[in-house]
Design a binder for this molecule. Structure first.
Ligand SMILES: Cc1ncc(C[n+]2csc(CCOP(=O)(O)OP(=O)(O)O)c2C)c(N)n1
Ligand code: SF4
Length: 249
């Protein structure tokens, strides 16, 4: 299978040249290709749900079933699609603005409810599509602590929580694959710079790998190193399984 050809579209890529979003696009294409080849999923069952933003534009470049939602609403739309047809492989791809700001409540409630969906967050720390709005409108933005979604996702009882950076292709591929295969709600936070509005690549390279899946924060609070890896992977009933049981009784 020619993975690139099978999942590419004719849409010209309008991301800035060199934008790390291209890495996430490549990873999704190759993981989908690998899982289809291994007969774990079927192409016709894949649904990618995006929202508004540079991250959301991935919709245009992936030749799979897809839904372009409102900013911040990728998670509830993905959940609704999964409830409607539990046989589908549902993957939401959105930015940190949509997932950790405008639509943050959905991350918390979906973590608890455990729908079998994968949420991939392209975390560039900036509202990139609105030309880095926070950096121009908040004079004090520089030096402010970075929001860490990992402890919040863990506290919300998400059954799979991982973080990678767009600089480490092999680990990113393996964590995205594990998240898609996980039965339950999975979050993969992907740290990457926005080349135009938040080019902090050096800080993102300063990572420390998590060796086990014990409960811990995504940051080393003393060193401010970014921890990468899988922080939790546990099995518990999914929302769809619980609904099926309830509807039978
Ligand atoms: C409901 C709604 N709120 C706000 C906006 C304006 N808006 C468009 S893109 C964007 C920022 C996107 O940032 P993020 O989700 O982090 O994605 P990125 O562009 O960084 O990939 C905002 C606030 C919108 N289009 N719709
Ligand atoms: S503004 Fe930033 S996130 Fe958007 S395409 Fe350009 S480099 Fe990528």
């Amino acid at each position: 299978m020619n993975k690139k050809k099978d999942f590419g579209t004719k849409m010209p890529i309008t991301w800035c040249p060199g934008c790390p979003n291209n890495v996430v696009l490549y990873v999704l294409k190759s993981v989908f290709g690998e899982l289809i080849e291994a007969k774990k999923i079927r192409k016709q069952d894949i649904v990618v749900v995006t929202d508004i933003g540079c991250a959301g534009k991935i919709y245009d470049y992936l030749d799979v079933n897809a839904f372009y939602g409102l900013h911040g609403r990728a998670i509830p739309i993905a959940t609704g699609i999964k409830i409607g047809n539990p046989a589908l492989t549902v993957v939401a791809v959105a930015g940190d603005g949509g997932t950790y700001s405008e639509g943050l409540n959905h991350l918390v409630s979906s973590g608890r409810l455990n729908p079998d969906i994968t949420v991939i967050v392209i975390n560039n720390g900036v509202l990139a599509l609105t030309k880095g709005q926070p950096t121009s409108t908040h004079p004090s933005i520089e030096g402010e602590p970075i929001f860490d979604p990992v402890p919040l996702a863990l506290a919300s009882e998400a059954s799979f929580v991982g973080r990678e950076t767009a600089f480490n292709l092999r680990d990113l591929q393996s964590t995205v694959k594990a998240a898609i295969m996980h039965k339950g709600f999975s979050l993969v936070d992907i740290f990457e710079p926005c080349l135009s509005y938040n080019n902090d690549g050096e800080r993102i390279r300063d990572t420390e790998r998590v060796c086990d899946d014990s409960l811990q924060s995504g940051f080393d609070t003393n060193l401010r190193k970014i921890r990468t890896g899988v922080f939790r992977k546990i099995s518990r009933p999914t929302l769809e399984q619980k609904l099926k049981k309830k509807n039978k009784s």
